[in-house]
Design a protein around this ligand. Structure first.
Ligand SMILES: Cc1cc2nc3c(=O)[nH]c(=O)nc-3n(C[C@H](O)[C@H](O)[C@H](O)COP(=O)(O)OP(=O)(O)OC[C@H]3O[C@@H](n4cnc5c(N)ncnc54)[C@H](O)[C@@H]3O)c2cc1C
Length: 402
């Protein structure tokens, strides 16, 4: 059947833009739509990208990138630890600047349309059709395949659900303060763990030039059931917790924002009925840290490769689409699976946990364990290899306690 284009990509986040780049490189006819005029600019995100991801996707210098080579971590009732690295760990960026850079990497951008909101998605045996709202006008467009990279609540799911809804016990919520200070901030990303700092997850402070992006959050269910309001954790850190009180409390709060993030581990299926879900829409986000830029780019890349293969073979059955899930699972499935395992074991509200989580564990005092956790958070080490490396200290601390 003749369609307007071969592949429709919905969303110009890291997943959609990476998919567009790969489709263009593979010479596949596609059109990408984003509802925003400047995608990324209003996306709530702390913007850390690990160096491994920068290298893997050959991302050039991002205009406002802030280099990170140190991690500071604080666990409840423990001293702040500083872990220095003799190498670059990654960069913090604004999402607007990241979006511009990812757009500049797409060989030709004439197939990309901003300010176009997808308001309906329909698929059948022979083709797909979307309805677009542009400047108050509606138009439809057909394709052979759709890559839906429209974020944590993907638009296609409303009309053509291909996986179950992510429940509040597996969906995360993050609230951020953007605080501007007088001087350029240091090169250290901060993580604060424990009930004092968050409703069950953790708090973060990521510097970018003179702006510190400070956030907290946890699973939506825990946030809702929690007596304390989420912003109170950030206010507490600013008022009471040194050295952050001194570093930030004279700054100016220039923005507050918040958003959902899937913290669900591996969720399947991510394909079906001529649709491939990529990025947050497929749960491609770390269940421990909420970092999803890298995982979304992997999802977008793999979705484009499968789409190109399907177009080449003119084969759009679920079996043909299933290559996509096999490929992304091979690359990021282990991190999502083991990350989810750690989240369940160690990152529940302290009151609801059988164990005391890592704040209460002795192993956290070992410098070796601290460095391994920092390497995992910065995307230097896989989650599985970190668990294996930490296991002996964890077990030792359990036995010593008894
Ligand atoms: C508070 C917070 C802090 C975070 N910090 C980090 C971090 O430091 N590092 C990290 O790696 N990750 C972080 N993340 C996660 C990261 O932001 C996401 O995992 C990532 O943005 C997912 O990329 P994506 O392309 O799948 O979706 P998105 O970036 O959400 O992009 C989806 C795009 O789809 C568009 N869209 C949505 N609906 C429609 C529609 N109907 N029609 C057309 N377009 C549509 C949107 O406008 C958007 O541009 C954070 C998340 C939150 C909430």
């Amino acid at each position: 059947m003749k369609t307007d284009t071969d592949v429709i990509v919905i969303g110009a986040g890291p997943a959609g833009l990476t998919a567009a780049r790969k489709l263009a490189e593979l010479d596949v006819d596609y059109q990408l739509f984003d509802r925003e005029l400047n995608p990324g600019e209003s996306k709530p995100c702390a913007g850390f990208i690990p160096i491994s991801s920068i290298r893997r996707f050959s991302i050039p210098k991002i205009s406002d990138q802030h280099e990170i080579n140190e991690v500071r971590m604080k666990f409840s009732e423990k001293e702040l630890v500083t872990i220095e690295f003799d190498r670059l760990l990654g960069v913090n960026v604004s999402r607007g600047a990241l979006s511009k850079t990812l757009q500049s990497m797409i060989p030709q951008t004439r197939s990309i349309f901003f300010g176009s909101k997808v308001s309906k998605v329909e698929t059948n045996r022979d083709s797909c059709e979307i309805t677009l709202r542009e400047d108050g006008n509606l138009r439809t467009l057909t394709s052979k395949l759709i890559i839906d990279a429209s974020g944590a609540n993907p638009v296609s799911q409303r009309f053509t659900p291909i996986r179950r809804r992510i429940p509040n016990s597996r969906m995360g919520y993050g609230l951020q303060y953007h605080i501007e200070v007088d001087e350029i901030l240091d090169n250290s990303n901060v993580f604060l763990y424990g009930n004092k700092y968050s409703p069950s997850g953790y708090s973060w402070i990521f510097p970018r030039g003179k702006v510190a992006v400070m956030g907290t959050g946890g699973l939506v269910r825990n946030v809702r059931e929690n007596k304390q309001r989420t912003h109170e954790y950030l206010d507490y850190i600013l008022k009471e917790v040194e050295p952050f009180r001194s570093e930030l409390s004279n700054g100016v709060l220039i923005k507050k924002d918040s958003a959902l993030m899937p913290l669900c581990g591996v969720i399947t299926p991510s394909f079906g009925q001529r649709i491939l879900l990529a990025g947050d829409s497929a749960g491609h986000c770390s269940p421990i840290s909420g970092e999803g830029i890298h995982y979304s780019m992997v999802g977008g890349f793999q979705a484009a490769q499968t789409a190109a293969r399907c177009i080449r073979k003119n084969e759009f059955s679920d079996s043909a689409l299933s290559h996509y899930e096999k490929n992304w699972t091979k690359q990021i499935g282990s991190d999502l699976k083991w990350g989810f395992w750690i989240q369940r074991k160690l990152m529940r509200p302290e009151s609801s946990r059988k164990s005391e989580g890592w704040s209460g564990s002795g192993f956290i005092e070992s410098q070796k364990s601290q460095r391994i956790i920092a390497e995992m958070l910065m995307g230097e080490k896989s989650v599985r290899s970190s668990i294996i490396a930490i296991a002996p200290s964890y077990l030792k601390s359990k036995i010593t306690k008894k």
